[in-house]
Write a protein that binds this ligand. Structure first.
Ligand SMILES: Cc1cc2nc3c(=O)[nH]c(=O)nc-3n(C[C@H](O)[C@H](O)[C@H](O)COP(=O)(O)OP(=O)(O)OC[C@H]3O[C@@H](n4cnc5c(N)ncnc54)[C@H](O)[C@@H]3O)c2cc1C
Length: 382
């Protein structure tokens, strides 16, 4: 039975995305993992197919869809066999661009949102800094008026997905140190602006096909038309962005967990030890029962949360619960499954170790487990 988040139309989209992912992306996954990157054409191809901005209105090149459509894309991208691809695409279509649509001027939508949805421009999202990750209010990148109506930006950003090759960045800055949470502003910064530099590409445990950059901004001059949203409201605006980021990150990750679960279940029915399939040992049957229960609980919580958002709520507590719970569950599932594969789980060729490595990020990126617990516990008056 379909969850009420989905209709037959969503399932049609699912079939098209699956067909695309399995025929055009999956065959390259191992090569992209090895090389530590995937080519730019993937953005353009997905833009051409209408998969880059499903929740945006048609006038901006989107499909006029809803959260159900976005979740379908994230779930099907998990079939690619390389988590970094789905993550990089999600950064573009579900993390960096929604603030442009929600807070941007018409001119900004035409100049930045449209080409991103078409996959013609690559975008990154610059929040985290070497000295401030969880504590977003601790960022040190400054934006000060240049005296001519524009701004001068100085600072550093780190762990920026798509940052090595992005055409522009949705950047979080501090424009007034004295104003507390009201002293932040977002900017749309072209990466070819003088003073904007990729200082290094970071190597990392998983999500290896996505690029991760450290950025340096040294007296980067940005005209006033590139201030995104309201001056001084950047903190609230980026907190809003993070809610969608957490939903979509959880969606891709839970789907990845299910794929590994199913592959492992099939293996446990075939692999024999001590005269029987390993899945027949009671200890392992119970492991599968627990994993399926927890994955299903994570999935249903995700769908219910997305539906609540779709119906007009802003369910921050529930989103934090989805992010926290799915990160924990998917990590447990990946670990149990790797164990069930024995040595083949550790070997690269089965893809299990790659999924295990990729899945670790959900407990860190977009807000750690601990930060999710902070948000949830604050709603309890603690
Ligand atoms: C592969 C990858 C891609 C990423 N992509 C992006 C991107 O595109 N854009 C972007 O802006 N960022 C990105 N990030 C950054 C990511 O969101 C941060 O790493 C994350 O928010 C944690 O920040 P931090 O690394 O500075 O850890 P820290 O904030 O230094 O935290 C270190 C530890 O302290 C704990 N801690 C912190 N505060 C508390 C507290 N109050 N109570 C208890 N424990 C606490 C944390 O939970 C964590 O365990 C990415 C990260 C990675 C690894």
């Amino acid at each position: 039975m379909l969850h009420p988040l989905f209709t037959e139309e969503h399932e049609q989209l699912r079939r098209s995305v699956r067909q695309f992912v399995e025929s055009e992306l999956a065959p390259h996954a191992q090569e992209w993992e090895r090389e530590g990157g995937f080519p730019d054409w993937v953005f353009k191809r997905m833009g051409d197919l209408g998969f880059m901005g499903v929740r945006f209105p048609e006038e901006y090149g989107g499909q006029g869809g809803d959260w159900g459509h976005s979740i379908v894309i994230a779930e099907e991208m998990a079939r690619c066999g390389s988590g970094g691809v789905g993550m990089a695409i999600a950064v573009q279509s579900e993390m960096a661009t929604p603030p442009i649509f929600k807070f941007g001027t018409e001119a900004q939508k035409q100049r930045f949102l449209l080409p991103a949805i078409k996959g013609e421009k690559i975008v990154c999202l610059g929040i985290t800094e070497p000295n401030a990750g969880s504590d977003v209010a601790g960022i040190e990148t400054t934006a000060r008026p240049d005296g001519d109506g524009g701004w001068v930006i100085n600072g550093r950003k780190i762990f920026i997905t798509n940052g090595v090759r992005a055409d522009f960045c949705v950047l979080v800055t501090r424009n007034d140190k004295e104003a507390g949470h009201h002293g932040f502003s977002l900017f749309l910064v072209d990466t070819d602006t003088p003073g904007f530099e990729v200082s290094r590409k970071l190597d990392k445990l998983g999500m290896r096909s996505s690029d991760t950059a450290e950025l340096v901004l040294d007296d980067v001059r940005v005209p006033s038309e590139q201030l995104l949203g309201e001056q001084g409201h950047g903190f609230v605006e980026i907190m809003w962005e993070l809610q969608g980021e957490r939903v979509i990150g959880a969606a891709g990750s839970i789907a990845g967990g299910w794929l590994v679960f199913e592959k492992t279940l099939a293996y446990a029915k075939e692999r024999h030890a001590f005269g029987r399939p390993i899945g027949r040992f009671q200890v392992n049957r119970h492991k599968f029962a627990t994993m399926a229960t927890e994955l299903e609980a994570a999935r249903q919580l995700l769908y219910d949360t997305a539906l609540a958002w779709e119906r007009g709520e802003y369910p921050v507590k529930q989103i934090s619960m989805v992010k926290l719970y799915s990160g924990l569950v998917v990590n447990r599932v990946m670990n149990e499954c790797l164990q069930l594969w024995g040595g083949m789980g550790y070997a690269t060729e089965t893809g299990i170790e790659r999924a295990w490595r990729d899945s670790r990020l959900l407990r860190i990126g977009g807000g750690t487990d601990e930060i999710m617990r902070e948000i949830i516990s604050k709603t309890m008056g603690l």
